[in-house]
Design a binder for this molecule. Structure first.
Ligand code: BDR
Ligand code: CA
Length: 337
């Protein structure tokens, strides 16, 4: 057991965690590679038993070309055993005007201004939606899809293949909030707000879907102390990615301090959605019928959950309502140590 202020890491917990992941999980990550997307990707690349089959990118934190570029550079830094295809996807929402990006949250280049060396790898020629559909059809029922950005690519994939919901093993979505306030408007979370029409189509389509939103991600904080711990105890092979995490999180910590009064820490939004896909007991879930508000002047992008005893509005999805945050953060750190 390692004790530091605010940190309790239990080696037995890590070993249990590693055992739980021994059954191979084949995963597609759909993302808008900003700071926490990058942490989620690095986690997936290091997590035991996880095979990342593809990374599909879309607009969101930054434009889609930058999201793909960040992904390729991150892969070059992390050096996975085999090349992971990277696709370029949606450059704007389904029906809304091209969006506003988030340089104040993620920096001008999406990864906190950190300059990673270029990669020799090129994106594949298929779009993100095409790649998701092809891989799901090649291995029906086997792939876990984790979405960390707008749901535009998945909505486009659904248009290409309306039977897609029955071909994915699980879809874990970072997005939305039910009980918490929003983070871009009083009621909307960024990934849902950025393309509410896409989110509503995806939530209504019958995917085996878990929504991992602000209700749980805001409780799951990575802090400067955690990074210090990683710098001291990280495997030597992981020191380049740990150095990247320290640099990119510097920007994120500053944003969360100034905008949200979080002291020297930031939520693991995207990593938690990915970890919950691998280890469901990190979160407590509740089955809810939901729709996504698309019209309201002040409420567009709100996830409207019908919590009445006899719900009538929307389709059922699983929603993460609580998290074992300490265990989640410990699980995150453990793969780099
Ligand atoms: C989500 O929005 C983006 O800023 C993050 O990458 C995360 O996916 C949190 O609301
Ligand atoms: Ca994201």
């Amino acid at each position: 057991m390692i004790h530091m202020p605010g940190i309790l890491l239990d080696r037995e917990e890590w070993e249990r965690y590693e055992k739980m992941n021994n059954e191979d999980t084949r995963m597609i990550i759909d993302c808008d590679t900003g700071i926490d997307d990058a942490l989620a990707i690095l986690y997936a690349l290091r997590a035991p038993g996880v095979s990342v089959e593809a990374i599909t990118t879309g607009f969101g934190n930054i434009d889609v070309q930058q999201a793909a570029e960040n992904t390729l550079r991150l892969l070059a830094l992390a050096r996975p055993e085999r090349e992971i295809p990277v696709a370029v996807g949606a450059s704007q929402a389904l029906v809304r005007e091209p969006g506003i990006y988030s340089p104040h949250v993620h920096g001008m280049n999406g990864i906190g201004g950190v300059l990673l060396p270029p990669s020799a790898q090129q994106p594949v020629s298929e779009s993100s939606a095409e790649l998701i559909v092809r891989l799901a059809n090649e291995a029906p029922g086997e792939l876990v899809l984790v979405t960390l950005g707008r749901l535009t690519n998945l909505a486009l994939a659904l248009e290409l293949d309306p039977a897609l919901p029955g071909k994915l093993k699980k879809v874990s979505v970072m997005g939305g909030t039910v009980y918490n306030p929003g983070n871009v408007t009083p009621v909307a979370e960024a990934n849902i707000w950025g393309d509410p029409e896409a989110a509503d189509r995806v939530f209504s389509a019958g995917f085996p879907l878990l929504m991992v939103g602000l209700d749980v991600t805001l409780k799951t904080l990575i802090t400067e102390q955690h990074i210090e711990l990683l710098k001291r105890l990280g495997k030597p092979d992981n020191l380049p990615v740990i150095k990247f995490m320290e640099q990119t999180l510097g920007h994120y910590f500053k944003f969360y301090r100034e905008a949200n009064y979080v002291l020297n820490g930031a939520p693991l939004h995207d990593p938690l959605a990915l970890m919950a896909a691998l280890q469901p007991d990190l979160v407590t879930t509740r089955r809810m019928k939901v729709r996504v508000e698309q019209k309201g002047e002040f409420t567009a992008g709100m996830v409207v959950a019908d919590l009445r005893p006899q719900p009538k509005v929307g389709e059922y999805i699983e929603v993460a309502v609580d998290v074992d945050a300490q265990r989640a953060v410990g699980a995150f750190l453990s793969v780099f140590m």
